[in-house]
Write a protein that binds this ligand. Structure first.
Ligand SMILES: C[S@@+](CC[C@H](N)C(=O)[O-])C[C@H]1O[C@@H](n2cnc3c(N)ncnc32)[C@H](O)[C@@H]1O
Length: 236
């Protein structure tokens, strides 16, 4: 999970007691050595699944962090690649790693673009948004897209109650709720607040046409349904 190059327990604790923005500023130099950075296999699976929907001209990585998704946009051949994130520290790392892309410090709830992109992606960041924030988040991404533009992101199937991960994520979310009830500033990060049903409803309400495509790289559940799928939300 964590390597010797990653953050110490103390550094992680200080981050967890900060705001989301400041926490990521602190974590930024070591972020790529944590399990919070989206693993390569999600990025390559997404690139493969998106290729038939290209070519893409201008593409946006929402909550880009250190730039994991910018590589996807590059591999898809998008000549104009922009990353947006709240944390200046994360953006500094992303700029160093991807000098040929552009970066903007912006809240994903109020992205400063109007009909500029034909693709928007996002990885590993939706846990930072409460369910009530999904409508403004999706409206914000919708505004950035040209007509016909695509908003794409991976989503996992619900975890079975018999799996260890189910209980680990439940425990994490419970601990975060307690932390946020007693400590300011809040650090919004939950694993179980972005279920496909609610996400699809809110995407449609924002105006998107929504479809799903399996990511077969991650296999299927015992009932034959995919463990991971790519949400494809198209602006009509
Ligand atoms: C877990 S990191 C994921 C980074 C990257 N997308 C990846 O997959 O490795 C979450 C990122 O979301 C950013 N973030 C959280 N809330 C945000 C918001 N409201 N607007 C923009 N960025 C936000 C954080 O600053 C952080 O860089």
């Amino acid at each position: 999970m964590f390597t010797s190059e990653g953050p110490t327990v103390r550094e992680l604790a200080v981050q967890a007691l900060s705001s989301v923005e400041h926490g990521y500023d602190l974590l930024a130099p070591k972020f790529d050595h944590t399990p919070f950075r989206t693993p390569e296999r999600f990025l390559t699976a997404t690139t493969r699944a998106l290729r038939p929907y290209g070519p893409f001209d201008a593409a946006l990585d929402v909550c880009c962090g250190t730039g994991a998704g910018i590589g996807v946009l590059r591999d898809l051949g998008a000549p104009r690649r922009i990353g947006a994130d709240l944390s200046a520290g994360m953006l500094a790392q992303a700029e160093a790693a991807h000098p040929d892309a552009g970066f903007v410090r912006a809240d994903a709830l109020a992205l400063p673009f109007e009909a500029e992109f034909d693709l928007a992606v996002s990885f590993g960041a939706f846990g930072h948004f409460l369910p009530a924030e999904r409508p403004p988040l999706f409206a914000s991404v919708y505004r950035t897209l040209r007509p016909g533009g695509l908003f794409a992101f991976p989503i996992g199937a619900p975890l079975p109650v018999t799996s260890a991960l189910y209980w680990i994520t439940l425990g994490f979310d419970t601990a975060m709720r307690v932390r946020n009830a007693v400590w300011r500033p809040p650090f919004v990060m939950y694993y179980r607040t972005f279920p496909l049903g609610g996400v699809r409803t809110d995407l449609r309400a924002a105006g998107f046409d929504v479809s799903l495509t399996p990511l077969p790289e991650f296999g299927t559940r015992p009932d034959g349904t995919p463990r991971w799928r790519l949400v494809l939300a198209r602006k009509p």
